[in-house]
Write a protein that binds this ligand. Structure first.
Ligand code: AMP
Length: 193
């Protein structure tokens, strides 16, 4: 964790809002709770869908945010966002790298293919021993249940080690995400002192 800087939590989530208002409501609530917990939200800088809701929640509660977006996505995902304090990258790979570098933990909220790409990249990096940052799932309305079942099946069918399931912590509410982050980040902090 960089000294003098609030711990960063990288939030991966949909650029869409999903089919139930509960998705956006929980995203916004998580943004607020991250801010109140003194955690900096690191996200894709978008003002749409789940991404916009997390950022708005964090802003409402006066929290720190770091947005990271590619030049080519500004018009599509961050048309109305004030990009002051955001980092604009040239490529998607750079975007993911900058987001992850600025994070002490990762939380994935409901989202689509982009969210899955981001989530599986950090999980596979973890599997390779490239980091040990906590990776959490916010399971709003049981959205991730099919993914959790797929991971179980991948392990049962012999395509991943049992330890792979342990790289992911499933949380059923924003409160549970915050409690898990508090516990895991203070443990990491103590072990690096
Ligand atoms: P989605 O979950 O598909 O709505 O996408 C969520 C976020 O992931 C959006 O900001 C996308 O720009 C981003 N995204 C989509 N595809 C990729 C990718 N291959 N690598 C990194 N980010 C992506």
């Amino acid at each position: 964790m960089a000294e003098g800087c609030a711990p960063g939590v990288c939030v991966y989530c949909g650029s869409r809002a999903g089919d139930d208002p509960a998705f956006v409501a929980e995203a916004r609530q998580l943004g607020r709770e991250l801010a109140r917990a003194g955690l900096r939200v690191v996200y894709g800088a978008g003002d749409i869908g789940m991404m916009g809701a997390v950022a708005d929640g964090a802003k409402e509660a006066g929290g720190q945010r770091l947005g990271v977006i590619t030049q080519h996505l500004i018009g599509r995902e961050a048309r109305n966002r004030d990009l002051n304090g955001c980092i604009v990258t040239e490529t998607m790979h750079e975007r993911k790298k900058v987001m992850f570098m600025n994070a002490d933990a990762v939380v994935a909220l409901p989202g689509g293919p982009g969210t899955l790409d981001e989530l599986f990249e950090v999980l596979t990096w973890r599997q390779l021993g490239l980091h040990d940052k906590p990776v959490l799932l916010l399971n709003t309305l049981g959205y991730w249940d099919p993914l959790i079942a797929l991971i179980d099946s991948i392990i049962t069918r012999g395509f991943a080690d049992r330890s792979f399931a342990g790289f992911l912590t499933v949380c059923q509410s924003p409160d549970a995400v915050i409690a898990e982050l508090r516990a895991r980040l203070s443990r990491r902090n103590n072990s690096t002192q």
